[in-house]
Design a protein around this ligand. Sequence first.
Ligand SMILES: [Zn+2]
Length: 268
Amino acid sequence: MKHLLLKILVLIFSASIFSCMKKSIEFTNILIISIDSLHPDALSGENSPNISGIMKKGNFTLKGKSIDPPKTLYNHTAMFIGKHPREIGKDDNEWKEGEPRVGVPTIFRSAKENGYKTAYFYSKSKLGYLATPDIETVRFAGLESPEEALSFYQNQNNRSFVFLHVSGLEFTGIEKGWMSPDYLQTLYIIDARIKPVIDMIDKRGKFIIIITSDHAGHGLLHGTDHPDDFKLPFIFYSDVMKMTEIQDAVYTTNMLKRIVEKILMHKF
Ligand SMILES: [Zn+2]
């Protein structure tokens, strides 16, 4: 029942996104950016001029939600495997180098099978759990992940599928509070640092960019039952697709894999 509901939600969401898509379109660049701990209410022309520009050109919902618990590894794993990590026996938010990695196919398997060069840049060591052999270029880049992604694009011209995880907001959130002036300033800096990557994709054309997050927070806390901790944006922009409204569509992190597979396999 749970899986049927998920499938129906993905179909509704995808139908909204892809309704104007022509079957013949093949994307050269698929880029997913996950900005860790991004509260959707923080996005504005002032705080995030580049992301806000993409929201205007593409489409978005600010009503996306984390799976429970709203924590980093749980939700990135849900994005990668399309289900709650508990369903594959992973029921904690920790991973260390040397421990087993995810043992089921992820979004990267689908991308590789569809002929894309695959790359994964991440900022938190625990996300190494998701670095499987299906990924050709893997970098644990700390706070330099946007620059690593830019360098990847500068050095290759193939069809590529890239997942870029960007840290920073969670640290400011814990120290100064979600939505605090410092938090908004950190967002402004992150927004500027991902701009060159987005500009490069934009220049190359035939792209899809998804900007999303794993969870938000409230006060100095995150990962709790507070409704704000579950909030996240889903922003979608392509130069070759006209998109319909998704602002009220239901989106949860475990839907990302099926949405990406529809993009990869042109099934819409
Ligand atoms: Zn996180």
